[in-house]
Structure formats: structure tokens, C-alpha cells
Unconditional design. Structure first.
Length: 282
């Protein structure tokens, strides 16, 4: 089992490496300066355009790069593990009844990617019998990578990382991806936590969950998500000492692909936040 998990971790990291290379033409395009401190027009002209962008039926954005990365990752999985299932945002689902199913989100945070806000990342998870047992969160714009695996400490830049203790909810830093993502009947849950925490961070996208695992924030809440949006968060946050569930306190996975998630670095604060969310939704 250990050797198998090691092989899956190595393979998942290679997928993240390859996805990062595909991002490369769209990142770090600084304009060189000439001796007179004027912008180098040739260097500026050589900067690649953003990939073609379309709007999906749910009004979310998708680019040609999303599609190309996922197609590449799916082909690699099919070649290496032809009996494994795949659950992807762009390419759909195959062999969902397999013991092992890979979950892919090639660009989580497509809108920030297009806007040049470096919180977007590639999310790769492996589920075993419906439970996420491996998660990779890779951020090509910042160079951050979190690796979580069942029964092992979460690694950030290859070094174990840990959530932080939070003695009181009133001292907590709360994050959410975007208040606009909440349906009207979900907003009371967010407001309940806004009122009881000290600081709020908006727009962190998937990066916020890595930072929670690294002990930089305390609580994260989101709504209207799909399993591919958060599957890697589960082993990453758990391996760092935190807790992540749905808004009812239930474990997340293929058997419960809930759209509403709540995470906390300190298990005590998760229990308290969960109680507030439940009361707000009653």
C-alpha cells in the first residue's frame, strides 16, 4: 500500500509539473527596459495573447488552456492507469465506479487567471473507493505547491506544514472565494461568520485553502462548488491538522459531493463555526 501511494504521489506531481509547463507562456511576461529606460517594444510585442475564452452554460469561464491542460492530464492518466476513473471539470467522467478515480480541475480560478491575479491553480486529487486520499494544489504564478496524502503530513514546498491554533473565533481570519457565489439563501451562513470573526479575506480562490493548511488563516467557507473544485483540499487540510466538511459537518467525497464546504485549521473553531452556520441556515 505504501509503495502504491508513493507511486501515485510521484505520478500526480509529474502531472502538476507538466501542467505548470503548459501555463508558462502566459506567466511572468515582464517587459525589458533599454538603456534609456524606455520599454522595449519588441519584448512587449512578443508577449503571447491570453488563450481563447468562452462562457459555459453555467456562465463560468473556460479557456483553451483549461481544455488543453485537462486533455493532456487525462491522456497521461489513461496511459499510466487505464483502469482508473477520471472526474474532470472540462472532459467529464469515465469509470466512476473504479476503485481509484482521478479528479481534475486544470485551472481553478479561470477568472483570476484572465485578470492576472495569481491565486489560480491546478488541482489534482485521487479518490480511493470514493474518498480523496491524495491531493495536489499547484500554483504556477507563485510557485507554491501543497501535497496531501492520507496518513501523512502535508507538504508545502516539500516541507511539512501545519494549521495554526486559534483560541477564539473572535480572533480568527476568515476567507471566502467570492460573496457573489452564494445564493440568497446561503448568504446568512457567510454573514454569521463575518460577524463573529476578526478579519475577512476575499478572492483567495483555491490558494486560500493552501494558506489555511500553512497556518496563515483560520477558517474558510464557500458555496456552489463542485467536487473538482475542492477534492484536493481534503487530504491537504487534514494532513496539516485541520478539518474540512460540508455545512452539515459530513465528510466530503464521491458519496457526498456537496456544494457547500467549511474548513478550519483548529478543530475547536470548526465545531464553533459549524454550529453558527447550521443556526444561520435553519
Amino acid at each position: 500500500m505504501t509503495n502504491t501511494l508513493d507511486a501515485h504521489i510521484a505520478f500526480a506531481q509529474s502531472l502538476a509539473d507538466e501542467a505548470r509547463k503548459m501555463y508558462a507562456p502566459y506567466l511572468n511576461h515582464t517587459v525589458e527596459l533599454d538603456a534609456d529606460n524606455n520599454a522595449n517594444a519588441a519584448a512587449h510585442a512578443a508577449r503571447p495573447r491570453l488563450p481563447r475564452t468562452d462562457i459555459k452554460p453555467d456562465r463560468s469561464l473556460v479557456t483553451a488552456l483549461d481544455q488543453a491542460i485537462e486533455a493532456h492530464l487525462r491522456a497521461r492518466i489513461e496511459d499510466a492507469y487505464p483502469k482508473h476513473g477520471i472526474y474532470g471539470e472540462e472532459g467529464g467522467i469515465v469509470r466512476l465506479d473504479a476503485e481509484h478515480v482521478w479528479v481534475l480541475d486544470p485551472i481553478d480560478g479561470t477568472a483570476p487567471f484572465l485578470a492576472g491575479v495569481p491565486v489560480f491553480g491546478t488541482l489534482i486529487a485521487l479518490m480511493q473507493r470514493g474518498t480523496p486520499v491524495l491531493g495536489i494544489m499547484d500554483f504556477p504564478a507563485t510557485g507554491d505547491r501543497w501535497v496531501g496524502a492520507a496518513g501523512r503530513p502535508t507538504l508545502h514546498h516539500g516541507v511539512p506544514c501545519h494549521t495554526r491554533a486559534c483560541d477564539q473565533l473572535g480572533d480568527a481570519m476568515l476567507s471566502t472565494s467570492n460573496p457573489d457565489f452564494y445564493a440568497p439563501d446561503e448568504l446568512p451562513a457567510l454573514q454569521a461568520l463575518r460577524e463573529r470573526t476578526r478579519w475577512r479575506i476575499y478572492g483567495g480562490c483555491c490558494l486560500a485553502y493552501g494558506l489555511l493548511a500553512a497556518g496563515r488563516t483560520d477558517i474558510a467557507i464557500d458555496a456552489r462548488l463542485a467536487l473538482y473544485d475542492y477534492a484536493p483540499f481534503i487530504p491537504v487540510i487534514q494532513g496539516a491538522g485541520g478539518v474540512i466538511t460540508d455545512w452539515n459537518g459530513q465528510a466530503l467525497g464521491l458519496g457526498n459531493p456537496a456544494s457547500r464546504i467549511l474548513a478550519a485549521g483548529d478543530p475547536r473553531r470548526h465545531r464553533q463555526a459549524l454550529q453558527l452556520v447550521r443556526q444561520a441556515m435553519d
